[in-house]
Design a protein around this ligand. Structure first.
Ligand code: PEP
Length: 251
């Protein structure tokens, strides 16, 4: 089954609305030759509305970087799915390692967030990945199994293929260290096999991304891996001149 590649930028806590506008005005004209890949930008909450407006009619979809699982309630500082869909946000990246590491994001909460987002009409990128210590201790597969199985636990089997899974080794995020093609392919195919344990058909539909210091130089090799359906890009997504070549490498 052919899966359309997805290149998603994760801006993290970068870019004011004015900076985001500048970025998008520079990016859109450069994307003309990149039909064949889906493009998304995961931006800070306060940038969402302006980015949705500025990208309307273009191929760029706009994602939030988190979302609360409850429809509303006493959760100070949180944002619900309905608040995102009301302003036409397309999706949310959930379970990024920085949310897990610094903000106590748990697999249990993610198990609720994933169906809540899909039910509201949002697309989902679910992030998984092992730490350096887990890799050194031979615990990569155990960690991935836990994160994938628990994160997707409450999702109906026939909806599994709607979720994009981003395999992001924590030791490669923002470090300039990239997984070797062998390491990446092993982990990506392992993640697909975990989905296949529930449904082979859904596993064949599921887009699995690599993330971790992907850049214009290494993108083509990583994106050519049999189980790599795109990339989640942090640092290199902040500058159109660095981001566009990665999109070009995907088509
Ligand atoms: C990320 O933020 O998900 C990421 C992969 O960052 P970087 O590309 O900077 O490693």
């Amino acid at each position: 089954m052919s899966r359309i590649p997805l290149i998603a930028g994760n801006w993290k806590m970068n870019k004011t609305v004015a900076e985001a506008e500048q970025f998008i005005q520079a990016l859109l004209p450069k994307l003309y030759a990149t039909d064949g890949a889906d493009v998304a930008l995961c931006v800070p909450y306060l940038d969402l509305e302006a980015m949705v407006d500025s990208t309307r009619g273009s191929r760029v979809e706009v994602y939030a970087q988190n979302m609360h699982e409850a429809p509303n309630g006493a959760y100070t500082g949180e944002i619900s799915a309905a608040m995102l869909t009301e302003i036409d946000v397309h999706g949310a990246v959930l379970g990024h390692s920085e949310r897990r590491q610094y903000f106590g994001e748990t697999d249990k909460a993610l198990a609720l967030k994933v169906p809540a987002a899909l039910d509201a009409g949002l697309k989902v990128i679910l992030c998984v990945g092992e730490t350096e210590e887990e890799r050194e201790n031979g615990e990569t597969e155990r960690r991935l199994r836990h994160q994938v199985q628990e994160g997707l636990e409450k999702l109906d089997t026939d909806r599994l293929g709607e979720v994009v899974i981003a395999y992001e080794p924590v030791w490669a995020i923002g470090t300039g260290l990239t997984a070797t093609p062998e390491q990446a392919q092993d982990a990506l195919s392992f993640v697909r096999a975990l989905v296949a344990d529930r449904s082979k058909e859904q596993a064949a539909r599921t887009r699995i991304l690599y993330g971790g210091s992907m850049n214009a130089e290494n993108a083509a090799e990583l994106l050519a891996l049999p189980d790599c359906d795109g990339g989640l890009i942090g640092g290199a997504s902040l500058d159109p001149a660095k981001f566009v070549p990665i999109v070009e490498a995907a088509v």
